[in-house]
Design a protein around this ligand. Structure first.
Ligand code: LLP
Length: 437
């Protein structure tokens, strides 16, 4: 998919660059992003919204993969940016991303984060709870500013996805509940605050969702709520944000729909449900993360050791693992892989891909068919663009890999490989523990 193909040397090639050349130049493990595919995904969202005729903002959910070079792409593609921490906000600002296109999320924004974001004059806060509502109004007041807000509501829609990544149901740490009246009270309270400008509501029902039904139901519930709020409080929502969660194809059996289908389902549902009530059509915002970067990412590893347990299993160990991709360990996520240096060879054995961390759960793939594997081969795991680098750790004091963007036969380093100094750089040995010689 994307610009990936097998070249005439029988090697995997991404963005016109031979994977084995990337390995020689940057080493492994290495995260490789197909920049053209990232941009294509951005454009799919933007053009689908353009086709709807509604006003819109597509905000890339930077939690999926956030580095300064990514901010440049998002800006160039004319999109907005969703951040959830001071670190993501700082990254965006350092990259020169226009502050007015930044949306700030999170269920526990600290006073320091709120101050930082107000000072930067970001475009919108997505307020998650009553404490934040008060805190934000107070800080905005001190700074004599009026800040735009959306209120995050939990619409009571359960997306069919992994329990830990579904968020729209009632028992959730996020948002104001629609069912028990707290969303209604929050709207009332928000619209009474002098330093808050209420733009509307936000709903996010989960992640890695394939069916359009959940999005349609969320749009319906939000519309019914908007109509009720207009009637009871005479408050109109100029903006509705329906979050992210658009699924991607990790495995053969995954069946995501084209982006345009989700966008059309959402915009149609908005037109129908608001239109039916003579409600002024709101601007629609979405926050895709995974579907922008997920399938554009490939991780390259070098195969180090093997362990054959006859009649049981053959383990193939790579020089990375749960530190660069914690998703299999966390969510039992599945991935496809191939030998990048012998891409044309037929599958010959079933093996399981292990990482190098000191725990048995550090497995990347169980039971995958590969050509006969040799030590030194390059394993390419696909669809690792989302929530891999972003969730990488230094467990076992393993250094995080480098990240490169490839496009039109050119590769560019966008994150350097961590150094040993990065590993010990923040360590401090207390004076009293220092050796007296
Ligand atoms: N908006 C909000 C409010 C969110 O909470 C999320 C994801 C998104 C947008 C973007 O969702 P996406 O389009 O990427 O599905 N670490 C997990 C995924 C956690 C998603 C958290 N929120 C994973 O690796 O699967």
């Amino acid at each position: 998919h994307g610009t990936s193909k097998i070249n005439n040397k029988g090697h995997l090639e991404i963005g016109g660059v031979d994977a084995t050349a990337l390995v020689s130049e940057y080493g492994t493990p290495l995260y490789v992003f197909d920049e053209a595919l990232v941009r294509q995904r951005c454009r799919e969202f933007v053009s689908a919204f353009q086709a709807s005729g509604l006003k819109y903002q597509v905000a890339y959910a930077s939690k999926a993969f956030m580095v300064m070079a990514m901010c440049r792409i998002v800006e160039e593609e004319g999109m907005s940016l969703d951040v959830v921490s001071d670190g993501e906000l700082y990254t965006a600002l350092q990259a020169g991303f226009p502050a007015e296109r930044i949306h700030f999320h999170g269920n526990n924004k600290t006073p320091e984060e709120i101050e930082m974001a107000i000072d930067a004059r970001i475009g919108c806060f997505v307020v998650d709870n009553f404490d934040e509502l008060q805190l934000l109004n107070a800080i905005a007041g001190e700074k004599r500013q009026k800040v735009n807000i959306l209120l995050r509501i939990t619409p009571g829609v359960e997306a069919h996805t992994h329990e830990y990544i579904s968020t729209g149901q009632t028992d959730s740490k996020f948002g104001f509940d629609l069912g028990n009246g707290s969303a209604f009270r929050a709207i009332k309270e928000a619209s009474e605050q002098a330093h808050l400008q209420l733009l509307g509501v936000h709903s996010h029902i989960g992640s890695q969702i394939f069916e359009v039904e959940g999005f349609r139901m969320a749009a319906e519930k939000v519309a019914a709520f908007a109509v009720e709020v207009r009637k009871e409080l005479s408050v109109i929502f100029p903006v509705i944000n329906l979050g992210g969660g658009f699924g991607i194809r990790y495995m053969e059996g995954d069946t995501p729909l084209p982006v345009a289908v989700y966008v059309k389902a959402i915009t149609d549902a908005i037109k129908e449900n608001f239109g039916a009530n003579d409600y002024p059509l709101p601007e629609i915002w979405v926050e895709p993360g995974r579907s922008i970067v997920g399938d554009a990412g490939t991780t390259l590893y070098t195969i180090g050791t093997t362990k054959d347990i006859p009649g049981v299993r053959k383990y193939i160990a790579v020089n990375g693992g749960m530190t660069d991709n914690p998703r299999p360990a966390l969510y039992e996520s599945e991935y496809e892989a191939m030998l990048a240096n012998r891409a044309t060879e037929q599958p010959e054995e079933v093996v399981s891909i292990a990482g190098k961390c000191c725990e048995s759960g550090d497995m990347l793939i169980w039971d995958i068919q590969l050509p006969k594997v040799h030590v030194g081969d390059v394993l390419a795991v696909s669809c690792t663009g989302a929530y891999n680098y972003a969730m990488a750790s230094n467990y076992n004091r393993i250094r995080r890999p480098a990240v490169v963007f490839v496009k039109d036969g050119q590769s560019d380093l966008v994150v350097k490989r961590e150094t040993y100094n990065d590993i010990v750089g923040n360590d401090v040995i207390p004076e009293r523990m220092k050796q007296v010689s």
